[in-house]
Design a protein around this ligand. Structure first.
Ligand code: GAR
Length: 210
């Protein structure tokens, strides 16, 4: 399966989907993403800080209702999100702290073109509170993962990872903050790789074409 469906060299329109603080969104906007351009921010939380950040950074930011569920989209609402992404000509979708599972029309339309960032070295510690899971398990190394999204929870093909050493006196806060620094580097790198057209996937693994 070849996941890069855009033409090499052309500008690629990217949407970030986020629910909260938006530091990864900001890092993507300010980072080197090659010929990828963050042109849309979509959120399921009308009070999210990320909406304010979008306005400060001059990126179109839109709140769209996700429907009545807490951790997934309503079917009709997910179709609205998909329609908006298509209307804006979005070619790559980056999840950055979206606290909702994508299973319906967004995945159908964009499978192989949706990335997520997760604050652990997958497949360890998927789901919520990954940094606390790492501390509770006593691992000495954790980190972050950028991966393509499939129908599972944090199970899609891995694009790249950054390792972070756990210190003896780490708390969830101190560890999360060091992982977050690496997230900000990793996400732009992964997007740049994708936009450079060097990300073929084979049997669920991503490797860099030389
Ligand atoms: C990040 O640490 C991201 O890895 C995590 O939410 C945070 C969002 O921060 N995502 C998940 O845990 C998804 N399973 P941000 O809003 O500052 O980018």
């Amino acid at each position: 399966m070849i996941l890069d469906k855009h033409e090499k060299g052309s500008t690629l329109r990217i949407a970030v989907l986020a629910s909260g603080r938006g530091s990864n969104f900001e890092a993507l906007c300010k980072g080197d993403t090659g010929n990828g351009r963050i042109s849309l921010l979509l959120t399921d939380n009308e009070n999210a800080d990320v909406l304010r950040k979008a306005s400060e950074l001059g990126v179109e930011g839109i709140y769209l209702s996700p429907g009545r569920y807490r951790t997934k989209f309503g079917e009709a609402e997910e179709m609205e999100w998909t329609r908006l992404l298509k209307d804006r000509g979005i070619e790559l979708v980056c999840l950055a702290g979206l606290m909702r599972i994508i299973k319906g029309s967004i995945l159908e339309e964009y499978e192989g073109r949706i990335m997520n960032i997760h604050p652990a070295l997958l497949p360890s510690f998927p789901g919520l509170h990954a940094q606390k899971q790492a501390l509770d398990h006593g691992v000495r190394i954790t980190g972050c993962t950028v991966h393509f999204v499939d129908a599972g929870i944090d199970t899609g093909p891995i694009i790249l990872q950054k390792a972070v050493h756990v210190k003896d006196d780490d708390t969830v806060e101190t560890l999360s903050s060091r992982i977050l620094e690496q997230e900000h580097i990793a996400y732009s790198e992964a997007v740049k790789l994708y936009c450079g057209g060097t990300l073929p996937a084979s049997q669920g693994h991503i490797f860099k074409r030389e």
